[in-house]
Design a protein around this ligand. Structure first.
Ligand code: NAD
Length: 298
């Protein structure tokens, strides 16, 4: 079986000074990609900054025989995002792959969550992924090829107590992934999202201790590396990944119940049919869902 290589390809990986991003950077570099290791180097809640983590990963990649440059810019500002993409162009002359991975946590139960805690989390995850992708997009479009991988979370897909900000951000990335996948299609740009579980500084105080050995960052990076490869044709998809398991996650709609001129009581009386899951429809574009509603009324 031929090895999937990235020789001649250039990747930007945000938040790659620690955890999952670090592992993605090492994996891509090991397979020949030139890498921009971006990391603000702050704390888990996004406060502080340090050039250390990005520099350490660059040093490790170089020690392993790879090529990498460090960026300590902030994904959440337009200037930061521009500088991250520019670092790839300046150092390597092109850009092929963007892994939007940088993230922070500001967990708080909903009743106590401040506006700032909400905004800061959305700024890094959603705004950051938007801004970096936006800067990269013209380069990818121009060359008729590109790969973008966004980092969602089971917390967004399925909900998580104390994470209203984070869940909102992570489900927002599913929408960004779908629409960017549609808009990138003609230019050969494939956009996918992952919803990982891995033992990192972000999860070590939440996950049970026995997860450490199995839920490795490397088990997530194998999927990210495949999604970054030119042979991967998937786009607009989200994948659950952790501890060696990979699964497609899709948004589906049940068969539904329909009746012209229905009353509030009709809704109550047909609740079971409204809640039914089979046979489901999983539209790949907006129009398919609208068509299903139209068909039901004919
Ligand atoms: N570990 C998990 O189980 C898990 C689960 C679901 C989603 N995720 C997501 O995976 C991604 C990586 O998380 P991790 O677990 O490796 O945590 P981590 O804290 O080890 O890594 C996140 C990195 O992002 C960097 N970062 C934060 N804000 C930044 C900014 N504004 N600009 C640039 N860099 C910034 C941090 O310095 C850090 O190195 C995050 O988006 C996280 O939400 C992780």
């Amino acid at each position: 079986m031929s090895e999937l290589r990235f020789d001649g390809k250039v990747a930007v990986i945000t938040g790659s000074g620690h955890g999952l991003g670090r592992s993605h950077a090492l994996s891509l570099a090991e397979r020949g990609a030139k890498v921009v290791v971006n990391d603000l180097g702050g704390m888990l809640d996004g406060t502080g900054a340090s050039a250390g983590p990005a520099a350490d990963v660059v040093e490790l990649i170089k020690k392993n025989g790879g090529e990498a440059v460090a960026s300590t810019d902030n994904v959440a500002t337009p200037e930061g995002a521009k500088a991250i993409v520019q670092a790839a162009i300046d150092a390597f002359g092109r850009l092929d792959i963007v892994v939007n991975n940088a993230g922070i946590l500001r967990d708080r139960s909903f009743g106590k969550m401040s506006v700032e805690e909400f905004d800061q989390v959305l700024a890094v995850h959603v705004r950051g992924s938007f801004l970096v992708s936006r800067e990269a997009f013209p380069y990818l479009k121009e060359q008729g090829y590109g790969r973008i991988i966004n980092t969602s979370s089971p917390a967004g897909l399925f909900g998580s107590f104390g994470q209203a900000n984070y869940s909102t951000a992570k489900m927002g990335l599913v929408g960004l992934t779908k629409t960017l996948g549609i808009e990138g299609a003609r230019a050969g740009i494939k956009v996918n999202a992952i919803a990982p579980i891995a033992w990192t500084r972000m999860t070590e105080s939440i996950l049970p201790a026995e997860f450490e050995a199995k839920f490795t960052a490397e088990a997530v990076s194998s999927l990210v590396t495949f999604l970054a490869h030119e042979s991967c044709e998937a786009s607009g998809e989200t994948f659950s990944v952790g501890a060696g398991r990979v699964a497609r996650v899709f948004v589906a709609e049940g068969p539904g119940w329909s009746q012209d001129d229905h009353t509030v009581e009709d809704i109550r009386d047909n609740w079971e049919a409204i809640m039914a899951e089979q046979p489901y429809l999983s539209p790949i574009v907006l129009g398919q869902q609208a068509a299903a509603s139209m068909k039901a009324m004919l």
